[in-house]
Ligand binder design. Sequence first.
Ligand code: ZN
Length: 416
Amino acid sequence: MNKTVFIIVDGLADLPIKQLKNKTPLDYAIKSNLYKFLKHSKFAYPSVLGNFAPQSDSGVMADLGYDPLKYSTGRGWFECLGLDMQPKDGDLSIRVNFGSVKNGKLNSVRTYMSNQELEELSEEINKKVNLREDFQFKAGEDYRAGLVFRHSKNVFSQFVSNNEPGYTAKFFKNGAKISFATGVKDREIHKVKAVRKEAVYTASLLNEFILKSSSVIKNSKVYKERKKKGLDAPNYLFLRDAANKDPKLPNINQKYGRNWAAVVGMPLEKGISTAAGMTLISTSEEKDIKRDFYDKVEKTTKALSKFDAVYLHIKQADAVSHLGKFHEKYAIIEDIDKIIISKLANVLDLDKDTLVLTCDHATSSELKRHLNSNIPVLISNNKFGFSSNFSEVSCSNNHIKGIKKAVDIMPFVMSL
Ligand SMILES: [Zn+2]
């Protein structure tokens, strides 16, 4: 059977930047290995969620063919599933950021730490925070964690706001819940609020958890040592996207009759792939970007001998965009070309296999936040003729008309 490699580069798309000759990082980057795929390719330029700026959860769901407006029950579900916390219907699963508050105002929503520090803090929270309900707290990567309250006689509700200020939860009539990247508007510290009456208990439980955890963090060894070294120290937790239901994604292998594997390193993407029925190829996020790319493309190549299709997720482009580092962003895109695309050009059979290169959403590295822009998509297959230079502009100028939304990409690709 023909093979498919589906690459999602997190936050790949961007806006033109003056210092890059008014080009976007994707346009500015030299991508000479991609030329082999451009010889037989078409572009698409779909919207992800219309006017809303998506987070990665809805962007990735849409790219993989699952309409977030239909399926999403809240990012927390995928995040905790990906952390192997095994959420069940009725549990409350939440995504957590370690951040900090200064003089009662927001200082940072992301305090980067080593994995060891993150694990030590998580361990302390599990041991020392006493609440009315059972919970499990688990370290993720850098500043991220997962939190699951286990189903009890009290019903947990997903109708709560986020206290993480950059993302606003929206609830849809059909039961879907999605947070949108709305940006940090002020420096106020907000409590978790009940959006509906039934969520009053859940909101008060989460606020109590935040308060008690913050006090545990401030008394921890990690906090004191970071303070002593003059490093940013976390002293507060920001929660978002509480989910209490299984999103029940239809199995991707059955849907398209192909056997899928996922080479993904972050809990969120692990969670979505698992929920979609893909086989996870064990991998972690290497801090050294080049080493990470070599590792991931190696695993993708190996997976291709056993699976029909591989979803490969590259995280780093989004992270540097949030930090405003557009020079690093185009350098990352060039490394993707040199390390990942060059290898795939040798491994894939360009006469019959398919390569997809796209992203989950655009992230502006000048504004340091996600955008609601359409996303560039490259679909390379022998059926197509030559397309020149893969960029936002070329996709906007010349694209497959039938792919209007990101959810349309996968059915199109799987029909090739
Ligand atoms: Zn992002």
